[in-house]
Design a protein around this ligand. Structure first.
Ligand SMILES: [Fe+2]
Length: 295
């Protein structure tokens, strides 16, 4: 495993935006030395029963960025989410910035291009994004050097993004009392997820970790920030020295009991396109498909 050495003296200002409809946390990450920021894992609102899209959550983020006078250097997707729709293109149109995701997006596009029987107009080369990150790639947010670490297992495209002393882990980990995310989606693998979690836990103990989701287990209030030290000591799935074998057995048994996420069908169709809805049909309206007995 290659060592990752974040610069812990750089402490970005991290503002979380919780979306109660999907339990997702989106982040604005401000470079401490300039007005530059990154936006991580934004959310587009959907009333799936009504087929209605809106942007209240994204508008909150846009208002925050404008009120603070920030400039957006990057819009980061930690992975292709299966439980919420990305608002990245909506935000990008209004605030600018480049859109980035892990190079594994092409694997996800190939898999779900087939599931949704997409035609050749659906590009499976990741070209909907401005940049595809490989493991160890760096990029800049103002004066801050950021690092993308490939952390597959939940999905093939999952990356953890380290910005100064803060790491955005996507669904690689949950809060210590939440454990870890499922590893049974196509291209997911529990053993691979365990290895990816070890990469995150090899960051310095005091690294701040920011979750993509929190479900408030056992009725506690929603939280999204912890540290590597806390996760190593207390994570209920991987902490306290749990072995890979224990983790894989537990994760596999648990995943077999889980229902599909409520929004997986619209989420994948939008997120595999970088957050764009499918192109308009002959009548000018956009449609989302429901493949029968495919998932
Ligand atoms: Fe996810």
């Amino acid at each position: 495993m290659r060592p990752y050495t974040p610069d812990l003296s750089v402490r970005p200002e991290v503002t979380g935006f919780f979306d109660p409809a999907t339990n997702t946390i989106s982040y604005v990450v401000k470079d401490p030395g300039s007005a530059a920021c990154a936006i991580v894992d934004s959310v587009m609102d959907i009333d799936y029963a009504a087929g209605r899209i809106s942007h209240d959550h994204a508008d909150q983020i846009i208002a925050h960025v404008r009120n603070r006078g920030l400039t957006v250097d990057w819009l980061i997707e930690t992975h292709v989410h299966a439980d919420h729709l990305s608002a990245a293109p909506y935000i990008q149109q209004r605030l600018g910035g480049k859109l980035g995701i892990g190079r594994g997006i092409t694997v996800v596009q190939d898999t779900f291009g087939k599931v949704f029987n997409e035609g050749t107009e659906f590009r499976r080369d990741g070209s909907q994004f401005d940049r595809l990150f490989d493991d160890g790639d760096t990029y800049r947010v103002g004066g801050m050097t950021c690092l993308a670490i490939h952390t597959p297992g939940h999905t093939p495209a999952c990356m953890t993004h380290v910005m100064g002393d803060a790491a955005f882990v996507g669904d690689t980990l949950f809060m210590p009392d939440g454990g870890s995310a499922r590893a049974d989606f196509p291209g997911g693998d529990a053993g691979t997820l365990y290895d990816s979690i070890q990469k995150v836990l090899s960051l310095p103990d005091e690294t701040r970790l920011f979750m993509c989701h929190d479900y408030g287990p056992n009725g506690r209030e929603i939280r999204w920030e912890t540290t590597v030290a806390e996760e190593k000591a207390h994570n209920i799935h991987v902490g306290g020295g749990k072995t890979k074998e224990e983790f894989v057995r537990f994760r596999t048994e648990r995943d077999a009991q889980l229902d599909m996420p409520r929004l997986i069908i619209p989420s994948l169709q939008v997120n595999m396109r970088g957050g764009e809805l499918p192109p308009p049909d002959g009548d000018g309206r956009r449609y989302l498909k429901v493949p029968v007995n495919a998932l």
